[in-house]
Structure formats: structure tokens, C-alpha cells
Design a protein. Structure first.
Length: 95
């Protein structure tokens, strides 16, 4: 894990941000100002299917929860999204 500083002006408490990419899953714990408290990363790839990916998300969330309790989670995910239905239609991470 690493630390850095930033600033977003988020409302109260800690938040967890997770970026699921084609080569890595990057997760950051940030405070209400947007300052990065901690960061962790896991490798991913085409072979990382839906269930292994869910396990990685739970793993990084548990790791960062040891640093501090968070009250919100944001998840970025590559793929075609049906925003009206709230589902990802296709993604290399789901094949």
C-alpha cells in the first residue's frame, strides 16, 4: 500500500474507489477531501473471470478496511453499459 494527497471535497467519511482494468485492479481509500489514504493493486487479465474478479474486489476491500472503515464504494469497469437497466452488457472481464 502507498499513500498520496489529493482533493475532491467528498461529503463525510472515507470512501473506497475501485478501478477494474484489463491488466490490474487498483483500489484506493480516500477521505472526504479526496486525499488518498491508501492504495492497493492486484493483477487481472482476460483469464480473470467474473467470480475470480469478485474475489479480488472483496480481497482489496477487506485489506483497505483494515486501514479505515469506509461508507461508500465506487467501481469503474470496462465494458458496454446499459445505463437504463444498470447492467454491463459486455466486457472482456466477463467473457
Amino acid at each position: 500500500m502507498t499513500s498520496a494527497e489529493g482533493g475532491l471535497g467528498l461529503p463525510g467519511g472515507l470512501s473506497l474507489g475501485i478501478d477494474v482494468g484489463g491488466t490490474k485492479l487498483l483500489a484506493a481509500l480516500v477521505d472526504e477531501t479526496g486525499a488518498t489514504i491508501a492504495v492497493t493493486c492486484r493483477p487481472t487479465g482476460r483469464a480473470t473471470g467474473p467470480y475470480p474478479l469478485m474475489r479480488l474486489i472483496v480481497e482489496v476491500a477487506a485489506e483497505l478496511r483494515e486501514v479505515g472503515e469506509f461508507s461508500a464504494v465506487g467501481l469503474g469497469f470496462p465494458g458496454l453499459v446499459d445505463a437504463g437497466r444498470g447492467v454491463v452488457r459486455s466486457s472482456v472481464m466477463l467473457e
